[in-house]
Ligand binder design. Structure first.
Ligand code: CO
Length: 494
């Protein structure tokens, strides 16, 4: 355990107690609010994805991001709330369950038993389906960006198997874990997403899918509506992107990939990424087929230094494309000799929300910082995705500056800087908050924020429901389930 010179606002044992295996799979278990009242207007299903298996036969993964995907579904209906959770039955999970040991290496540095000798030249990827979960047509898709999605039953969460999306994907084709949902900028809503094939040159495949049936045209939900491929110089590490009505906005971080330690069995593939100080980060703006610049080549514009995993939102204002992103001073990686459970937060850069305004007329970019508080997992009202927004909701650290675990949820007024914070500190730790608009609402902040909390006092997970406008706590549901820190999720209205 790392000693810190400052007094922490949390207990490291509480924080680390979330790192464990999910031991049970529940089916439609009825739940009651432990505190408060579940809002009557909240109807639909909250889906969460994240690593649910971190240890086998006493051997720990090197990084939780290498853990097998486990889906949690909380269904809000007039008759009450139910909880279902299932591991995604990936090929790797099934084989490792049967063998009771890790049989694959992980991208973030987890190794098979037997050291470098056993791991060298084993370049197989285990599709762990652990990063995001979204509904497309009649399937739930468990996403992992380096390979195709797993299709699940939206009600039971039973795994149907790998999906090529009706022949859209080739077997093993990369399919991002960060789709963006266009609320209908050019008519019907769409799911916009991408896949990257990377190397000395990288190719981005941009895809747009229908999310609703359209009886007039015969288009079915889940159908591919348009796609394009664009190639760029350099290695691309693209985890997320942003959309506006006319553009898909990518940020190519200034990062290099040296695969040798991965091939030789010394490091995971993601541990071979290294930021290049003074290197050339670039925005890649790809015209959307539904927009005003359809068919034109991409615009490539130099971007400021820093490393980005996630964007908040993007929008257009005349000749300007603005994109808001969470910037790190450097690529935050955990070296081969460090146990993730004893990581020193003070040695890692914090995520800071910044806004870049890209002037398409002259190619210049200006940047402002929107907040000094460490944050991650930010979103706007999903009905305003791609438009100028007044508010963002995000997970933040408890203290105002510096890096710390995420313990609070912040609503930030992006224009005035005013903020409202709900905190789970000192014993609670938050995951990605989801803003769910109230059906028929007109105000941008009319709705709820749903978030799974790691409750260190109970050593289990709570669901907290906040009023999205006031950030007041409306209800807490204590789940009979201990879910490690998760990644992404979505809300599907009833
Ligand atoms: Co992500």
């Amino acid at each position: 355990m790392v000693e810190s010179s400052r007094s922490l606002g949390y207990d490291r044992a509480d924080w680390a107690s979330a790192f464990r295996n999910v031991g049970t799979e529940l089916t439609a278990l009825p739940l009651q609010a432990s505190r408060g009242q579940i809002p009557a207007g909240l109807q639909g299903t909250l889906y969460r994805n994240g690593p649910g298996r971190l240890e086998r036969s006493g051997r720990w993964l090197h990084h939780p991001f290498d853990g097998d995907g486990m889906i949690t579904a909380l269904r809000f209906a007039p008759e009450g709330v139910t909880l279902t959770n299932r591991f995604v039955r990936t090929e790797g999970w099934l084989a490792e369950e049967a063998a009771d040991q890790f049989l694959y290496r992980g991208v973030f540095g987890s190794q098979k038993p037997g050291g470098a000798v056993a791991n060298a030249f084993d370049l197989r990827l285990k599709n762990i389906a652990n990063t995001h979960v979204v509904q497309l047509g009649d399937q739930l898709l468990a996403l992992w960006e380096a390979a195709e999605p797993h299709a699940l039953d939206p009600d039971t969460l039973e795994t149907r198997g790998l999906s090529l999306l009706d022949g859209v994907l080739k077997p093993g084709e990369a399919f991002s874990a960060h789709p963006r949902f266009d609320p209908g900028h050019h008519g019907a809503p769409r799911m916009v997403t991408f896949g990257v094939k990377t190397g000395p040159r990288s190719t981005v495949r941009l895809m747009e899918f229908a999310t609703e049936d359209d009886p007039a045209t015969g288009v079915k939900a889940g159908q591919l509506l348009s796609e394009r491929r664009d190639s760029f110089n350099g290695f691309a590490f693209l985890h997320d992107f942003a959309i506006t009505p006319n553009w898909a906005v990518f940020l190519q971080n200034a990062i290099a990939f040296n695969p040798l330690p991965f091939v030789l069995g010394q490091k995971g593939a993601a541990q071979c990424l290294q930021s290049q100080p003074g290197g050339k980060a670039r925005f890649w703006l790809i015209p959307r087929d539904s927009g005003a610049y359809a068919g034109q080549p991409p615009r490539i514009i130099e971007a400021p230094d820093g490393f980005v995993f996630h964007h908040l939102n993007a929008w257009e204002e005349g000749e300007t494309v603005a994109v808001e992103s969470i910037y790190y001073a450097d690529f935050p990686s955990i070296g081969p000799d460090v146990d993730f459970r004893s990581v020193d937060f003070d040695l890692l850069p914090e995520g800071l929300l910044e806004q870049c305004r890209i002037n398409l007329a002259d190619g210049t970019v200006s940047t402002i910082r929107l907040s000094e508080r460490c944050c991650e997992f930010a979103m706007v009202n999903p009905e305003r995705e791609g438009l100028p927004c007044r508010y963002g909701w995000m997970a933040v650290a408890e203290r105002d500056t510096g890096n710390d675990p995420l313990q609070a949820i912040k609503k930030l007024d992006l224009l005035s800087g005013e903020r409202r914070v709900w905190s789970a500190a000192p014993r609670g730790f938050v995951s990605e908050p989801l803003m769910v608009p109230r059906a028929g609402a007109s105000a941008e902040d009319d709705g709820w924020v749903l978030c799974l909390i790691w409750n260190g006092a109970r050593c289990a997970s709570d669901l907290v429901i906040l009023d999205a406008a006031s950030m007041e706590e409306l209800a807490v549901l204590e789940l009979p389930l201990a879910i490690p820190y998760g990644l992404h999720g979505s809300f599907v209205p009833a």
